[in-house]
Design a protein around this ligand. Structure first.
Ligand code: FMN
Length: 311
């Protein structure tokens, strides 16, 4: 998740909790310069991601830039690249990228033809249903079906939903039945009960992608694999290592604190009545304040077994 997780998070998560088959990078935006900025290079450099099964994700509308990046990723040893056709943010969609690309079917078709003809590694796609109405998805799915998409990850909202409304599961189910590529479901799965209910309702679908649910409850995937919920000590140790990783990685405790605040927006929902503490963390003005307020959460609040999201 862009601005929330990164390589330090993935590395530490894998060690403390695991249960995840594949991690995805936040989107990388290849430009016409055909160089990865230092920040993106760090995100994907194999040395920093050792032992972490990782799929890099690209966000672009230019075939030549996608292919340049995919070739560079292939040279680093990656075997799959994911195309982001789901990001709903206004700054991204205004440029016709992410979910915004779904509004330009002719250009999207040319783009897919170009990349699938020449990409040296497998391509998977993360997609929304369309811009305004879920019915927009049918011609889009027909288009995807023309290419050897390795996996189609569907977040069944439209761009205008942003993160509001509920994922349109009925449209997802119909799409799963019509997709040539194996389908992965994504959206609003925050607890083991929710995921198990999902499996029960859609027995033909054998994979899900977890976003906010995994950030809010780092043990969610482990629990789904039959493991225990996060203990207080584990969560504290995990967060300390993530914070240290970010501090070293960014070379700044202040920048690390900003990242940790993003994580806490989700994590606080794993504690009973965490609202006031969550607000205090958000308002922390410096790392010392942040550290004291994060410690207070562990000292004063009850840790829950399952998330109770307020987002
Ligand atoms: C802050 C934030 C950053 C995100 N960044 C990305 C991203 O870089 N790439 C991506 O495919 N999805 C991104 N997403 C979307 C999530 O991957 C996911 O599709 C969405 O949150 C719905 O799934 P969830 O309910 O499991 O969180 C982001 C979501 C949020 C809230």
């Amino acid at each position: 998740m862009e601005g929330v997780t990164s390589l330090w998070y993935r590395r530490v998560h894998r060690r403390w909790f695991g249960g995840v088959a594949r991690y995805y990078t936040p989107f990388l935006s290849p430009t016409q310069d055909h160089v990865f900025p230092k920040r993106e290079l760090r995100e994907i450099a194999p040395a920093g991601n050792e032992g972490v099964p990782l799929v890099p994700q690209l966000l672009t509308r230019r075939g030549s830039d996608f292919l340049w990046a995919a070739n560079a990723l292939a040279d680093m040893g990656y075997e799959e690249v994911n195309l982001n056709l789901g990001c709903p943010s206004g700054t991204v969609t205004a440029k016709g990228k992410g979910a915004g690309f779904l509004a330009h079917p002719v250009e999207l078709e040319a783009f897919l033809e170009e990349i699938f003809a020449r990409c040296p590694i497998a391509v998977s796609i993360k997609t929304r249903l369309g811009i305004a109405e879920p019915e927009e998805f049918w011609p889009i799915l027909e288009l995807y079906n023309r290419f050897p998409v390795k996996e189609l990850i569907i977040h069944p909202r439209v761009q205008r939903d942003q993160y509001k409304n509920r994922p349109r599961r009925e449209v997802f189910a119909a799409a799963a039945a019509r997709s040539r590529a194996p389908v992965c479901y994504n959206g609003d799965l925050y607890t083991t009960a929710a995921v198990e209910k999902f499996w029960g309702s859609y027995p033909g679908v054998d994979r899900v992608m977890l976003g906010r649910g995994l950030v809010g409850d780092p043990a969610l995937a482990r629990k789904l694999a039959g493991g225990p919920p996060a203990s207080r000590e584990e969560l504290e140790g995990f967060l300390t290592e993530v914070y240290e990783g970010y501090t070293r990685g960014f070379g700044s405790r202040h920048s690390a604190m900003l990242r940790m605040k993003e994580l806490w927006c989700y994590l606080i929902c794993l504690f009973r009545d965490g609202e006031r503490h969550g607000k205090a963390i958000r308002k922390a003005k410096n790392p010392e304040e942040y550290e004291a307020r994060a410690a207070a959460v562990f000292r004063e609040l009850e840790l829950l077994e399952d998330l109770v999201p307020d987002w």
